[in-house]
Design a protein around this ligand. Structure first.
Ligand code: SF4
Length: 348
């Protein structure tokens, strides 16, 4: 894996992005932001599963004003997502937002951007220049491909912010197409010193969207690119946070909650590994600690993987061997597999 690209750190509320800080997990609410109660409820759900930054859509002034109430009732920093109307960014700043996302595809007039930048600077609030392949600004260079156009538009906006002596900048260049996204981020990574927010936009439902996001985000992280991530899914945002952590855990970039190792099961298994693994996974949801648990169907890879985990079971016919920190601690009857395994996990 490539070393992480170095970037200039920025502070969004109490969360550091870039500068070698751990890759930050963020998500976006799917409630009507004007309904502060519903939005707070959803943000609380996100906080409970480890979300570290949350973004809300700000489609009108009422939504911008609702940020005041939302902020009072949540613990993680809040970012306002602004499109079309720069005045909503000004209103969100007055409401105490911790970060802004501006889309150069629909707010690009320098005098309007300038007003937002000066107000953000006064409050020390960072701005994400958030390009999206679906809403690119017009270009004078028709031969550029989508990735090149995203980079061109982002650089133009970066230069504008820098000309106003503003450097609390974060950039994102998202597309649905994974190669396009990777090309764009690789290109801009060497051209600016600012942290990068990465993701695959409109990735789809969890079934396909998690895979698409994992390929895109995972590849970029493996290249050392990315300071904060969002997995965009057509689902409850909790699913986005869970997927984000799984990506980070897969690359050993973050530890968060349990890791379940389970074999795919095959004709050698003499127990219902699928059912056992599902039930173990369900029970592990209640555990916050980083613990590695293995559920293995037979003696082929079972003892090896089970020994490698903090707690593991290698199943056999009617009986299973439980390992804890590499040592065999018990042999249990099939009916006791689940309770015996979870007892060891809880006692860790
Ligand atoms: S551990 Fe055993 S049951 Fe599981 S997939 Fe491997 S060989 Fe099959």
């Amino acid at each position: 894996m490539n070393p992480r690209r170095s970037s200039k750190p920025i502070q969004i509320g109490n969360v550091t992005i870039g500068g070698g800080a751990p890759v930050v997990v963020q998500s976006m609410t799917k409630t009507d932001t004007r309904d502060a109660r519903a939005t707070v409820r959803q943000i609380k759900e996100l906080e409970d599963c480890g979300c570290e930054l949350v973004r809300v859509a700000v489609p009108d002034a009422e939504a911008a004003r609702a940020i005041v109430d939302i902020k009072k009732n949540i613990s993680i920093p809040l970012i306002a997502d602004i499109h079309f109307d720069y005045r909503l960014a000004l209103e969100a700043l007055v409401s105490g937002v911790d970060g802004l996302r501006l889309n150069p595809g629909n707010i690009s007039e320098p005098d309007k951007v300038k007003k937002v930048v000066l107000a953000a600077k006064e409050r020390g609030v960072p701005i994400r220049i958030g390009l999206n392949a679906g809403s690119l600004p017009k270009t004078d260079s028709p031969n550029l491909n989508v990735a090149e156009r995203m980079v061109e538009a982002a650089l133009e906006q970066v230069r504008l912010l820098e000309s106003l002596d503003f450097d609390l900048i974060k950039v994102s260049l998202k597309a649905f197409d994974v190669p396009t996204t990777i090309e764009a981020y690789r290109d801009i990574a060497g051209k600016i010193p600012y942290p990068l927010h990465i993701g695959i936009t409109e990735a789809g439902t969890p079934r396909t969207g998690v895979i698409r996001s994992t390929v895109g985000i995972g590849t970029l992280l493996w290249l050392g690119i990315g300071d904060t991530i969002r997995v965009s899914l057509t689902a409850h945002p909790r699913e986005e946070v869970v997927a984000a952590y799984e990506i980070l855990k897969s690359l050993d970039l973050r530890q968060h909650g349990p890791v379940l190792v389970s074999c795919p099961t095959c004709g050698r298994a003499e127990v219902d590994v699928v059912q056992l693994a599902k039930e173990v996974e369900r029970r592990l949801l209640k555990i916050d600690r980083p613990v590695k648990v293995a559920v293995m169907g037979c003696v082929v890879n079972g003892p090896g993987e089970a020994k490698d985990a903090d707690v593991g079971i290698a199943c056999g016919k009617g009986k299973g061997v439980i390992f804890k920190k590499g040592k065999k601690v018990a042999t249990v009857e099939e009916k006791d597999f689940l309770t015996a395994l979870m007892k060891e996990v809880e006692e860790l």
